[in-house]
Design a protein around this ligand. Structure first.
Ligand code: MTE
Ligand code: MO
Length: 198
């Protein structure tokens, strides 16, 4: 059980700056979804990671719950300019999920129930930077925020944090996802204001 102290995440913030440039603070938790909220029964839920060689590793909901879980507190930054600081989550780190996967791929293509997709470099999923999260603020993650489980990559703009996450495909080729194809930045670092492709 890794309980990560706030200081650990504090290092990713710029000194003296709580908010990335162009962002404002919000206390509530807005819902932003490009389509309807999919409802996935837990006994039908599955998460998979496919390596660049085509090998597939699958987790049922039970499998995921049996993984070592972490509680963590992170800041969220949406490209529509709201930021929410110090949100409390529970989930399984991508370090744990990727640990047994044989891969040297540089890119991850993330797919969700409902069809949403996004892309993230594999290194941005490692070293305590990303989770498959199923708990929020001491409760089960609500469906509108991505429950039963969502990807959370909080150091990038929130569109990279795919709700209702279903799988990750590892590849040596970077493939833009839903918003990246529509003009959002390929990487999306809020501290460098990477909102849109130049
Ligand atoms: N599956 C899916 N994931 C998604 C989205 C979506 O439309 N579908 N929207 C993204 C965007 S643009 C944002 S800002 C956040 C919003 O998360 P929230 O609704 O929990 O605030 O989810 C991201 N993940
Ligand atoms: Mo967003």
């Amino acid at each position: 059980m890794g309980v990560v102290t706030p200081g650990f995440f504090g290092r990713s913030r710029r000194p003296g700056a709580e908010l990335p440039p162009g962002q404002y603070l919000t206390e509530d938790f807005p819902v932003l979804s490009a389509g309807p909220t999919p409802r996935i029964a837990l006994d039908e839920w599955e998460f998979s990671i496919t390596s660049e060689s085509g090998e597939v590793r699958r987790w049922t909901w039970k499998d995921l719950q049996a993984m070592p879980r972490e509680s963590f507190t992170v800041d969220l930054h949406c490209v529509t300019r709201w930021s929410k600081l110090a949100t409390d989550w529970e989930g399984v780190s991508l370090d744990a999920l990727l640990a047994d996967i044989e891969s040297s791929a540089d890119f991850a293509f993330v797919s969700s129930y409902g069809g949403y997709t996004t892309n993230v470099p594999v290194e941005d999923l490692l070293e305590g930077k990303a989770w498959v999260a199923f708990g929020y603020d001491g409760e089960e993650l609500a469906p509108e925020h991505g429950g039963p489980a969502r990807l959370l990559v909080p150091h990038l703009y929130l569109w990279k944090s795919a709700k209702w996450v279903r799988g990750i495909t590892l590849s040596n080729v970077d493939e833009p996802g839903f918003w990246e194809t529509a003009g959002y930045h390929n990487y999306g670092d809020p501290w460098r204001e990477q909102r849109y492709w130049e």
